[in-house]
Design a protein around this ligand. Sequence first.
Ligand code: ADP
Ligand code: TYD
Length: 214
Amino acid sequence: MTDKPAARNTGCFITFEGIDGSGKSTQAHLLAETLREQGLTVRLTREPGGSPGAEEIRTLVLEGDPERWSAESEILLFTAARRDHIERTILPALEAGEIVICDRFADSTRMYQGLSRGDLRQMVDQLHELMIGLEPDLTLLIDMDPETGLDRALARKGSEERFEDFGPDLQRRMRQGFLDLAKEFPERFRIVNGNRDVETIAAQLAGIVLKHIA
Ligand code: ADP
Ligand code: TYD
C-alpha cells in the first residue's frame, strides 16, 4: 500500500450509518446472512475497530472519561483506527472480490467528530483525503426518531462511554446531520425508515443491496 489506499475495481463496499440505537448492527448481521444465503462471500466488520489494532484504539476512544481526548486528538485516533482497518481488513477483502459490510465508517467521523464539538468538518475531510481516500459504493442510512434510538441504545449500555452519553440534543443534531450528508452524497446514500419492525427493514435493505449488486 502506498500513501493512500489503492484504487480498486472489485468487491463491493457497503456501510451502515445512523444515530446510536437505530438498528445498524442488527441490520448489518441480517444483511450479511441474506447475502451469504445467496452464495456471496461477505466480510462483516465495524468501526471503530475491525482489525486487531483498530479494536485497541476502539477501547481508547469509547471507554473512560468522555472528555479524555481533545476534539483534534480524537479525530486523529478515529482516523488511525480507520487506516489500520482499511489496510488489514477492508482492502484485502475487496481485492479478493468480497462484499464488505461495515457498521459505521467515515460518515460517522464527519458527523460525530465533525459536528459534535464545534465545526471541525473541514479538518475531518482533509485528514480523510490525506489518509483514507476510500468511499463506500453504497451507504445505508437508517433514519429514525432520536428519542427512540437513545432509549434503545441506553437499554443495552455496556462499558463503552459512547456518544449517547451526550444526550438527546446531540442525537437530534446527528440525525439531521446524517440526512444532510445523504443530500451531499446522493449517489451512494439510501435512506431507510428505522421506525418499523426488524424484518420489514431487513427486507427493504436486502432489496436495495441485491439490486445494486445486480
Ligand atoms: P445500533 O447498532 O444502530 O446502535 P442495534 O442494532 O444495536 O443499533 O439496536 C439497538 C437495540 O435496539 C438492540 O437492543 C436491538 O435489539 C433493538 N432493535 C434493533 N432494531 C429494532 C427495531 N426495528 N425495532 C425494535 N428494536 C430494535
Ligand atoms: P457503535 O458501536 O457503532 O455505536 P452504536 O451501536 O451505539 O451506534 O459506535 C460507537 C460510538 O462511536 C458511537 O457513539 C459513534 C462513535 N463514532 C464516532 O464518534 N466516530 C466515528 O468515526 C465512528 C466510526 C464512531
